[in-house]
Each structure stands twice: as C-alpha cells, then as structure tokens.
Design a binder for this molecule. Structure first.
Ligand SMILES: C[S@@+](CC[C@H](N)C(=O)[O-])C[C@H]1O[C@@H](n2cnc3c(N)ncnc32)[C@H](O)[C@@H]1O
Length: 854
C-alpha cells in the first residue's frame, strides 16, 4: 500500500494540457492565492528583527525603530518589491496606537492583517492571526496522530477469567521489534513473576497476566516508568474492557457466538479481555491505558485531519509545511559540501528566498475537493461498540489501535464508495465467517477496496463528479487458509449477491463492473501484487447472478487522463485523484522541456500514465516499472491509444536503469528528426485520438467481456495474449535504439524515494541534463535531492567517509549527506523550481514537483 491509499488513507496520477487549456504556470488561477512573493533583494529574514513581538508590546518605548529600506527616491513611498521582507511583519506602532503610524503608507511594516505579506520562506509574522491559526492547525494535526500509549483494541486479546479479575496489565511503549518471548525474557530478567505475556512484533504494546494481586503490585512498582530499549519509558496501565464486553461477562461479542461455531483452526475468538472497571470510563468506556479518558476520535479526524479548514487554508498550510521541509535540502547540501569546494550558487542565493533551495512557486488546487478519491481501501474490524464494521482504523495498529469506524463524513470518500462499504458491512452482520483479527492473524474477512473509473470528463464538469463514474471494481481481501472451500464459495456467492442487489436498489443504480476476491495470508493488509485473485462475475440479469472463475480474463477498470484511455488491473497503481493527476503530469511535462528530439525516461512508470500522456511531445519514452501487471497495463494502454513510441521495461529501476541508459546514450548523437518522422508521429497522435473516441463506446455498458477488440474497449483473454505477444515481439525485435539530442527523466517513485543505485546512475549520466522529480513524500525528495545536488568530493575524502559508522541512527537527510560524500565525481544538479500539486484535499499530503538541471 502506498502512502495515500485511503485506508487507512495512508497511499497515494499524468500529462496533457490541462483541461482549461493552460499550463499551470500560464494560468494564474492555479496558484495565485498562495504564490510565494520572492524578490531579488539580498536581505535575510533573520537579519530583520520584527518590531511587533509580544515582548515588544510590553516595553515599546525601549524598542528602536529599524531604518526603513532606502527608497530610490526618498520622497516616494518605497515600491513593495524592493525589499523581500516588505510588509511581512505587523507594525506594532500601528497596532498599539489603533491605526496611526508616522510612516504612513511608506512604512515597511504591515498596517493590519490585510496588508501583511507572507515571508519568502512561506511563514507569516508569528504574532499575526494567520500564523496563530497555522499553529493551531499543527497542534490539531499532532493531536490526531495517535498519542503514545493510546490503546483502542477491539480485538480479542486476553485470557478470559484472569483479565476480568484485574490481573492483566497493558505494557505500553515496548520496543516494536520485541516478540512475546523477548517480553517474557525481559520480565524474568527483572525478577517479575507473571502467568502469561502477549506481544506482537511491530506493536509497542503488550499484555501481561499475573497469578495474583501481589504479583501485579510488584510489577507496577518495579516497571512503571522504567527505561526500556532505545530510551523508551515503559508505562504499565490497566487493561480496559472492550466496551461491548462490559455488559457481557463471557467476553464474546453477541454476533461472534455465530462465529464460534465456525472458527478458523487457529482462531482465538473466545479469548477476550475483561478487566477491572475503571472509574474514569466515559460514555462508551473507551480509555487510554494510562487511565486518562480517550478523547472522542472519529474516522473523519483520522482520515481527513484538515477537513475543518477552508480549502484555501488547507493549501496555505500545506505550502508552509513543504517550504519548511525544502529548507532541509539547502541546509544539508551546505553541510555536505566538501571542504575546499565552493558552495554552489543556488545555496548562496538561498538566503534571498528565506533558505529555500529554489523558489516554491505555489500550490495547484485539486479540481475536485470532495469525493475525489477513485480508490478507497476500507478495513474490516470491530468498532468501539463491538459492531462488525467496514471503514477506517481510528489510529495506528503499531500503537495498539484496532478499532474501525464507518467512513462517516470523510469528505474525500465518494458517495458510491461509502454505499458499497455499507453494503459489505451489512453483509458481515450475518456472515458465518470471522473478521480478521490483527492480533493473532486469524479470521477471514480483511478489507474492501472500491476502485472507480471515469468516462472522459472536462474539468468544467466536476460539479457533478459522480455522474462521470462509469465503472466500479470491488476487491474484497480475505484469508482462506483453514476454511472449508464449500463454505467460502457459499459466502462469496452471498456477498456477490449482496453487492449486486445493493447496486441496483440505488436510484440511479450504482455502477458495478467486477468483483475480485484477493486471497492474502500476510500480517498486514498490504498484499503483494501477485497475491492470488479470483474473479466473481456479476450477472445483473440472473437471480444469484454470479460465477466464480479462476482462469478467465482478469477484470479491469478504465479511467481517462488527458484524452487517453487507461486500462488498469486490480492491483496496479493509479493516482487516486484523476483530475488533479492530469494537472500534475501536465506540469511535469511543461517543466521537462520536451521536444521531438527528446528521449524521456519515465522512472517508476506504473501503468505508463506519465510517458503515454507525454508521448506525443517526445521522440521516445522508456518506462521502467517493477510491477509486472502494471507493465502489461502500460503496454496495453499504449496499444489501445495507438501510441508507438513507448517502450516499457519490467524490472526494479535499480537493476535496469544503468544498462538502459547505456543502451540509449552510448551511441553517437542522432541528427535532426526528419520531416517524415514528425509526420508519422502526427498520424499516430490522430489515430490515438480516434481510438479514444471509439473506446468510449464501451463505457457505461456493464458487460465488458463482450467488448470489441478493434475499438479498444476490451478484449477476450486470447486477444489479450495475442496483443501482449505482439508487443513483446515488437519490443525485442524492432525497437531501434535511436539517439536523441535531449535526454530527460521524470521520476515518480514510491514514498521511500529512489534507490541509491538509481540516484547514482542519474547523477553520473552526464547526458542527462534535466530531471523532474515528482514525489508524494517531500522528505524523501529532499533526501534524494541532497545526493543529486551536492558537489562531489575528491578521492581522499571518500576514503575518510568510508570509515564513518553509525548510519543506522541517521535521519534520511543525514544518510543522504553521508552518501553524497561517496558520490563518484560528477556534475551536481541545481534545484531550479518547485511546485506543489494538491492531490489529497482534507489530508496533510500533497504531491511536490521539483525541476533539477545542470
Ligand atoms: C507513485 S507510483 C507512480 C506510478 C506512475 N508514475 C503513476 O503516476 O501512475 C510508484 C510506482 O513505482 C513502482 N515501483 C516501486 N518501487 C520500484 C522500483 N524499485 N523500481 C521500479 N518501480 C518501482 C510502483 O510499483 C508504482 O507503480
């Protein structure tokens, strides 16, 4: 699962001219509201003491007025653009005197909030209302992060009888890597007597049961507050009964009696924790183990923590946060710059823009602010009230939160996705198979993914976004291990029928294209791309209306980006906000400086969205992607859109990029592109457009299996295979290795960023002059850019660097600094400009694009 999967929305889009026909840079409406105002003045913000701090307010008479920046003609008011800090600080005289300041309009300080400008580093005068509001947002964001020690277990945990007698304790803040054995060993080493101890690797909480009250007392006295592992302070707290067990002495949720009849062989469902009643229990009995009352937390708070702000406030907040992260690039590259090597100009000039490595040009808004997600992953689990629920985890499993709440009021989730979650939830109330238990890794039902596909739509049509959703693919994740095949089949049939009925009772009926069952045994719900799939065909005409098949064509979903049609297999990555993704890719294309003599490397290309949408603007695209289904999708997408100048290579970028670059860049440079090539290319683009138009005919029809291969709607399995064979043959035989004058790379890696080998190849390939980095995680962009942009060191320094140990404890930026020192001698890149694109309204996440050149 990527960072912006809505699932725990922790997951994470393409090119074309934007739908309004303007590139973002050309269209001020894209970024004007939040643009950074930077100027060429050399002053540093830190050199400009504010004259409006609260301390100043107390002793105004002691404060010396700073000289105004000298206007060219002292009789004229200073033009605002003369000083980068012009009007970025509130005028305390003006404030204190209720509106009179002897400097009048020429005062460099802002007379009131309306006049106040943002500082070059994207911050606001800390005494201003805007800054205070931003600080509050930060605080609220922190609050919604799970506090260390909060436990909201709704899973069966303990030992029945003992837990209800108060003999169980919750140990909070344990090292994540500890297993139950390590916890037992630790207890024994401390001389603590106990009956049993439970702990899962990856969690910071454990549960210990004692023989009697005396043992409990000693354990609390000896261990509460003790230091464990890496400077963690252990907390020993009461185990709180799961709320639905407070009135149920047996400790089994009412609905789970049914499950007890059909437990998984490993199932532990009857073991639940009941413990001492706690006086501090609130209405629903949800408590922190340390005794404090768990503040009410909703799925909305967790999934969309910025939803309480207006959209413009959200954008401003994101831009500020990004600016702070970007400054790390300057600081770390400065630190990593070898002795005796002069600092690159961009570092020298960073002072003019508040320490930023390059100008942060603004943030492009999402065309759709609500219900924009085309993919939502809903967890299955118990709510705080013990109800089988399909929705979002209320926090982090690692810290002991397993409660799931319905996706109520989460503004990024579409109405259709919510409806399907509700249908599934209703079904689970009567299912004979158990929910997945995250603590003992048993159970059957795990997760529901709802993927929506849209017909081509103009940004102007976003007013009624739902009307553009023409396909829905549902993927239900289960774990079949230990369950009877017959029973599994019967439950899945029941589920298919429930979805089928659920879709048709709505008016208008909800689209329902395919149901896929993903069988996954792993501990977390993040299944590998090759996890086995079964396809359930939904025949809307029939009674039961389904057929489970393993050996037929894989169901897929179709979406449209920049007038191209994309066929997406169930587990392939596709940006979750299609309309905003168009803007993102369009920006990347504009910044990449493309032309017919350009060879574009699309690194981490997924289903080929970036390369394919830019293909008509370049000579050739080489896409690299490790997910085999996504590569097949990319090849298929090239085919259905009639695009012939793309090659997609399946492999880890770190394994293949070196040889691919060598293959394309080691030949002598090619002459100018001939007229003939250009004409061919034009014909290809026209044929792509025709294909899109004809492909549209398949949209809106429910049954894809009857699609017409010729017009690219769908294909039967044999047609697909033939297509693939043709493509592979084409690639291996006839893709001539041409030479191109201009070589650029657009990289769009997963959250962790690029592999060090990829960075090294990009950095040392001297013909690569321009690199556009797209990132959903600005921290990893910064870390990678440190390596790409820091001047290299000579050999002797590298030797010293090898002796450096302790990398395990380094931050990503620290590690990047360290690696930068081992970078082979090569010309560093320069950060030219950056721009954010908001693909994830209501959440703190955002895509960041940076142009690097040399
Ligand atoms: C953020 S997605 C971007 C996909 C594509 N550019 C798009 O926007 O649709 C990152 C992609 O990188 C792929 N990926 C992850 N690690 C990779 C690696 N080491 N080498 C190549 N591809 C990788 C993932 O499978 C995923 O498709």
């Amino acid at each position: 699962m990527d960072s912006h999967e809505l699932a725990d929305p922790s997951e994470n889009a393409t090119h074309s001219p934007t739908a309004d026909g303007n590139s973002p840079a050309e269209n001020p409406s894209h970024s004007s509201a939040t643009d950074t105002n930077s100027t060429s003045d050399q002053s540093k913000p830190s050199e400009d003491p504010s004259h409006s701090s609260s301390a100043d307010a107390k002793v105004p008479e002691k404060r010396k007025r700073e000289p105004e920046p000298a206007p060219e003609n002292s009789s004229e008011p200073a033009p605002p653009q003369q000083h980068p800090l012009w009007k970025t600080t509130l005028c305390s005289y003006f404030r204190r005197t209720g509106g009179s300041c002897s400097h009048g309009e020429s005062c460099r300080y802002a007379h009131g909030e309306e006049e106040l400008r943002q500082r070059p580093d994207n911050t606001w005068d800390p005494t201003s209302e805007r800054a205070k509001k931003m600080a509050k947002i930060d605080e609220k964001e922190k609050e919604t992060e799970v506090e260390e020690g909060s436990v909201m277990m709704t899973e069966a945990l303990g030992e029945g009888d003992e837990s209800s007698s108060g003999l169980s304790k919750c140990f909070v803040n344990l090292p994540m890597k500890w297993s139950a054995d390590q916890l037992r060993k630790f207890l024994s080493e401390q001389g603590i007597l106990f009956k049993s101890a439970k702990k899962k690797k990856g969690m910071t909480v454990g549960f210990v049961t004692f023989e009697d009250a005396a043992q409990v007392k000693i354990a609390v006295k000896e261990l509460d507050g003790k230091s464990v592992g890496n400077n963690r302070t252990l907390k020993v707290t009461d185990v709180i009964p799961r709320p639905f067990e407070k009135n149920n002495k047996v400790g089994v949720p009412a609905h789970s009696t049914q499950k007890a009849e059909n437990p998984s062989p490993n199932s532990d469902n009857s073991n639940t924790i009941n413990s001492t009643d706690n006086d501090e229990a609130d209405g629903d009995g949800s408590l922190l183990p340390n005794g404090s009352i768990l503040k009410g937390r909703s799925a909305r708070d967790v999934v969309t923590p910025l939803a309480h702000l207006s959209y413009s406030e959200q954008l401003e907040h994101k831009k500020n946060s990004l600016a702070q992260i970007l400054k790390k690039l300057t600081r770390n590259a400065r630190k990593a710059c070898p002795n005796g090597v002069s600092l690159p100009e961009w570092i020298m000039k960073s002072r003019e823009i508040g320490g930023l490595p390059c100008k942060l040009e603004g943030i492009i808004e999402s065309p759709l602010v609500n219900g924009y997600r085309n993919k939502c992953e809903f967890s299955v689990g118990y709510s705080l009230q013990g109800k089988s629920t399909v929705g979002f985890l209320l926090g982090n499993f690692r810290e002991g939160v397993t409660a799931v709440e319905e996706p109520v009021d989460c503004p990024n989730v579409s109405r259709i996705a919510c409806k399907y979650a509700a249908v599934f939830q209703e079904f689970l109330q009567h299912s004979l198979l158990p929910l997945w238990n995250r603590l003992n890794n048993t159970g059957f039902w795990r997760q529901l993914t709802v993927r929506e596909g849209r017909r081509p739509c103009q940004i102007a049509e976003v007013d009624n976004p739902e009307s553009n959703i023409s396909e829905v693919l549902l993927m239900v994740q289960v774990c079949t291990v230990g369950f009877d095949d017959g029973q599994v089949k019967s439950e899945l049939e029941g589920l298919a029928q429930a979805f089928s009925v659920g879709s048709t009772v709505e008016s208008p009926p909800l689209p329902l294209t395919a149901l896929v069952i993903q069988d996954h045994t792993g501990i977390s719900n993040a299944a590998p791309p090759d996890a086995p799939l079964r396809y359930v065909f939904i025949n809307k005409g029939g009674d039961r209306g389904l057929e489970i098949a393993n050996d037929v064509v894989e169901p897929r979903i179709h979406d449209h980006l920049s007038n191209l049609r994309f066929s997406i297999s169930p587990s392939a990555f596709f940006q979750v906000n299609t309309l905003a993704a168009e803007k993102l890719y369009s920006l990347a294309g504009d910044w990449a400086g493309l032309g017919q003599d350009t060879l574009l490397f699309d690194v981490c290309c997924g289903t080929g969205t970036i390369g394919l949408t830019l293909a008509h603007r370049v000579g050739m695209v080489v896409g690299i992607e490790m997910n085999a289904s996504a590569v097949s999708d990319a090849q298929r997408n090239a085919e259905i859109n009639g695009i012939k100048n793309c090659r997609f290579v399946c492999g880890k970028a770190e394994d293949v990029i070196g040889s691919l670059m060598k293959e394309y860049l080691s030949l002598p440079q090619k002459q100018d592109v001939t007229n003939e090539t250009l004409q061919n290319k034009e014909a290809e683009v026209n044929s792509a457009e025709e294909n899109v138009n004809s492909a549209d005919c398949g949209l809106g029809t429910e049954d894809n299996s009857s699609g017409d291969h010729e017009n690219g709607c769908t294909a039967s399995k044999s047609d697909d295979d033939a297509q693939m064979e043709k493509l592979c043959a084409l690639e291996s035989k006839s893709t001539p290795v041409q030479q191109f004058k201009n070589v650029v790379a657009i990289v769009d890696p997963p959250r962790v960023g690029l592999h060090p080998t990829v960075i090294k190849v990009l950095r040392t390939q001297s013909r690569l002059r321009r690199l556009v980095y797209i990132s959903c995680n600005p921290e990893s962009l910064v870390a990678n850019a440190i390596e790409l942009c820091t001047p290299s060191v000579d050999k002797a320094d590298k030797e010293n660097n090898r002796n450096n140990r302790g990398w395990r404890n380094m931050s990503s930026a620290g590690l990047a600094r360290h690696r930068a020192k081992s970078m082979p001698n090569s010309e560093p890149f320069t950060p030219i400009k950056a721009m954010a694109v908001d693909l994830f309204p209501h959440t703190p996440h955002c895509e960041l694009v940076m142009l690097l050149e040399r």
